[in-house]
Design a protein. Structure first.
Length: 86
């Protein structure tokens, strides 16, 4: 399939995508939209609703909800893995 952007190892010739194994894996949205969502979510102290993401990013309500849900899950897992010292 020529439409997939794959990277190939020069030594073992294994092909992989740069988004494989990440939350961006198997998404149809461009990474720039994801990065804008990450920026919006991390800059607002009170959090961002899916409707706000929908309005700012120009994606469907369902896509905005899924993006928000995935990003919140990843942030929660990171906080659990690396607790802050108080």
């Amino acid at each position: 399939m020529s439409s997939r952007k794959l990277q190939q190892c020069n030594r073992c010739h294994r092909q992989t995508s740069i988004t494989a194994g990440t939350i961006f894996d198997s998404t149809k949205l461009p990474l720039t939209v994801w990065f804008q969502a990450i920026y919006l979510m991390t800059q607002d102290k009170k959090g961002v609703s899916a409707m706000k993401l929908h309005r700012h990013l120009g994606v469907s309500c369902n896509a905005a909800w899924r993006m928000r849900h995935k990003l919140m899950q990843v942030m929660m897992e990171r906080d659990r893995q690396f607790p802050r010292a108080r």
